[in-house]
Ligand binder design. Structure first.
Ligand SMILES: [Mg+2]
Length: 249
């Protein structure tokens, strides 16, 4: 694969006119060996609270994690959030559910795959399931083949998402782009310029959504991307840019 040219660093907009959508893992937080091992520091919690205020409440986490998992990470902060790849969305403390649960047969098969491929890990989500193989990259080809087979079996209501060391079977009724569009029709996000920062394949629909609304689509690092138009080079660069947006430096 050809290395892509770097994209420009985005100018920092006025927070009072910004609707801010943030991916979490690989964007705000470094990956750990397992999703549960990720740690949120006090400085990041403070920054997110500051951003939420600076943007007049128009901030949302947009993650593949469930909202319950996001609350576990960021608590006691309880931010607006689109979890499970846009299949559950919390605004005003109310959760909108937009997906269907994974059939039991698929859960059983994924648990069996994790049990027979040492180092891989099954994560049951509300509207899907994920096989993580960060500690067992040698199993990627076998797990990928098996998961494509399972995706064909469960049919068109679900789709297979190949992320960063994760294979996820997820209800096909939403994604990060549909979540951003959903929030952008509602207060306090509507009538503001959307900004979305993400780092992975599953963020592409989010980039496309904000591009269509004249917003800022920002990828983290130089991974190949079809849709992002701006770039911040690292998680540290994202946090510095967000501190400026929050008026903190
Ligand atoms: Mg990410």
């Amino acid at each position: 694969m050809q290395p892509e040219a770097a994209l420009a660093r985005p100018d920092v907009p006025d927070a009072r006119e910004t609707a801010l959508f943030l991916d979490v893992d690989g964007t705000l937080l470094a990956f750990a060996e397992t999703p549960d091992a990720v740690v949120v520091g006090a400085a990041l919690r403070t920054l997110l609270g500051d951003l939420h205020r600076a943007c007049g409440g128009a901030l949302a986490l947009v993650s593949g994690r469930s909202i319950a998992a996001l609350d576990g990470l960021f608590g006691p902060l309880e931010l607006p959030a689109a979890g499970s790849h846009g299949l559950e969305i919390r605004t005003d403390g109310r959760i909108h559910e937009l997906g269907i649960p994974l059939p039991d047969v698929a859960i059983d098969r994924m648990q069996a795959l994790a049990a027979t491929h040492a180092g891989s890990l099954f994560e049951h989500k509300r509207f899907g399931g994920a096989l993580h193989y960060r500690r067992a990259a040698e199993h990627r080809p076998a797990l990928t083949t098996a998961m494509h087979g399972l995706a064909r079996e469960v049919g068109s209501g679900f789709e297979l998402i190949e992320g960063n060391h994760v294979l996820e079977l997820s209800a096909a009724s939403g994604n990060k782009g549909s979540a951003i569009r959903f929030l952008s029709t509602r207060a306090p996000w509507r009538d503001r310029q959307p900004v979305f920062i993400g780092d992975d394949t599953t963020d592409e629909p989010g980039f496309e959504a904000v591009n269509a609304m004249g917003g800022l689509s920002i990828r983290v690092g130089q991974r190949p991307s079809t849709a992002a138009r701006w770039q911040l080079d690292s998680i540290d660069a994202v946090q510095a840019w967000l501190r400026t947006l929050a008026g903190a430096n």
